[in-house]
Design a protein around this ligand. Structure first.
Ligand code: PLP
Length: 503
């Protein structure tokens, strides 16, 4: 057997790499170079964020640039660290989604909170694996989940897990609901499982986010056993219709196991009647999950509070701090009133991983094992920068701007307000000329949105609203002011005039 000194190790294992100026192999960087690059990046970040309002909301990418970006281009030799910042500045930053800009009204995407931007970098340096072990970032995740649950108005027992976003949180909660339901029937395996699983039925309103259907598909629920309950004119779930559907399914020997409510529908910001739906769930032994990716944290806002009555009676709730709280993407959360039900669904162990009975690992609550600590620290940093009063003030700011926009739409003879709210999304349309057909009117709205997007002063989207295509402006940016709302309306009216005159 050779002794270590007799083995011919590559030289860099023992010494430094002269051309990189440090030890540790091809990833190593000299300390001074690293510090300088980090400082340059910090300087760039501050300037970039400050300059967003002065730049176009979005910029079209030249086809050649898209092609170059989308084609792998890795060279044989590595390049200096300095090339990174130059690349981001030239090839990435000029082409954002637009959601940092105060006149971006299209989707529920916010700018990053200042605290979150800094926290993301710091958490990346610590680079914890928030799925296992004993370390500070995993405890921080436990704590920040309690804060979220308390802000949402859930029962004090609630806990859960941070996720990549609302879609993943909906999936985890539906998975937990399914396991809970089957456990109660003693049908967790074997033929009993197969027989029960083939009869499971879930319900959501016809305004539900598509991630609910995706989650249902992933847990093995075919489309015919996912029921879309009709809505009332305010776009909230028709609970009488829900009751009728559940009763019919039970008579047909099916197994209704879960209702997914909207706590803020994506299209129009509608909130379903939680208390009445919980009652239906209790009567039929079902789990009540609410999709609050958009509105789940609004319970403390006085004007929203009446619509949020009943949150404490939910079995689970999806919230999405990367939407209304401006936590950097992606940070969502699955909150469950009895968190052990998430563990029942997601605890699987390997022999080399031994968890702690009293402090279950976060990987026991989800399908991820290696999980980023950036979620916990960016959320913690944003919440602690805001404080409880800051959270309410931020959400109230969105409400106030939506009210201003509704008011401006209502007072303009060329615009008509459509049903939306109580969350801060405003749907409106151009007053139809008597001779315009429905399709022409839909095309006009689509063209108006496209023209505004191309001009770059503001950004909004269209939405199907009943039989019509209308404009939809959603407010989710702490930097947005009444000036930005005015800019949006100016753009809408100018685009409409231009398009109608050139028709
Ligand atoms: C945005 C949204 C989702 C999906 O959340 P992601 O974070 O984008 O995965 C789910 N439900 C509703 C109501 C939403 O608005």
């Amino acid at each position: 057997m050779p002794t270590p000194s007799e083995i011919d190790y590559p030289a860099h294992l023992a010494s430094t790499w002269p051309e990189r100026g440090g030890g540790g192999g091809p990833l190593a960087v000299a300390p001074k170079v690293f510090r300088d690059e980090l400082a340059a990046a910090a300087e760039w970040v501050a300037g970039y964020l400050q300059g967003i309002p002065e730049r176009p909301v979005t910029r079209p990418m030249a086809p050649a640039h898209r092609q170059a970006m989308a084609t792998g281009s890795l060279s044989q030799d590595g390049q200096d660290l300095g090339a990174l910042l130059e690349f981001v500045d030239r090839a990435i930053a000029p082409y954002p989604t637009g959601n940092g800009h105060p006149a971006f009204f299209a989707w529920i995407n916010s700018p990053p909170s200042p605290a979150g931007v800094i926290a993301e970098l710091l958490a990346t340096a610590v680079n914890a694996t928030c799925g296992m072990g004993e370390h500070a970032l995993m405890d921080l995740e436990r704590g920040v989940l309690r804060d979220l649950a308390s802000l949402a108005g859930l029962a004090p027992t609630a806990g859960g897990v941070l996720t990549s976003g609302g879609s993943m949180a909906n999936l985890l909660c539906l998975g937990a609901a399914r396991t809970w339901f089957l456990r109660q029937r003693g049908a967790t395996d074997g033929p009993a499982y197969d027989q029960a699983h083939a009869r499971l039925v879930a319900y959501h309103s016809d305004q539900a986010h598509m991630s609910v259907a995706k989650a249902a598909a992933v847990i093995g629920l075919p489309p015919w056993r996912l029921r879309a309950v009709p809505t009332t004119p305010d776009r909230s779930m028709n609970v009488d219709a829900l009751r009728t559907m559940v009763d019919a399914d039970r008579r047909a020997d099916l197994l209704p196991f879960c209702v997914v409510s909207n706590l803020g529908s994506t299209a129009t910001g509608a909130v379903d009647p939680l208390e009445a739906i919980t009652e239906v769930c209790h009567r039929a032994g079902m789990w009540h999950h609410a999709d609050g990716a958009w509105g789940g944290l609004g319970a403390q806002v006085p004007e929203l509070a009446p619509a949020y009555r009943g949150v404490a009676g939910l079995d689970s709730l999806t919230v999405d701090p990367h939407k209304t709280l401006s936590v950097p993407v992606g940070c969502g959360a699955a909150l469950v009133t009895d968190p052990s039900r998430l563990r029942d669904a997601f605890t699987f162990r390997a022999s080399y991983l031994e968890g702690d009975q009293d402090w279950p690992w976060m990987s026991d609550y989800t399908i991820e094992l290696t999980r980023p600590g950036t979620r916990a620290l960016t959320l913690w940093a944003t919440l602690h920068h805001l404080g409880r009063s800051g959270v309410v003030a931020l959400l109230q700011h969105y409400q106030d701007l939506a009210r201003y926009l509704r008011h401006r739409v209502q007072e303009h003879p060329g615009l008509e307000l459509c049903t939306s709210g109580p969350l801060p999304v405003v749907c409106f349309r151009l007053a139809a000329r008597p001779e315009t057909g429905r399709q022409d009117q839909a095309d006009l709205h689509t063209a108006v949105a496209a023209r505004i997007q191309a001009r770059g002063h503001a950004y909004l989207a269209t939405v199907s609203h009943g039989e019509q295509t209308v404009l939809r402006a959603c407010i989710c940016n702490h930097l947005t002011t009444t000036d930005d709302v005015d800019t949006l309306l100016r753009e809408v009216l100018a685009a409409a005039t231009h398009l109608q005159n050139t028709q």
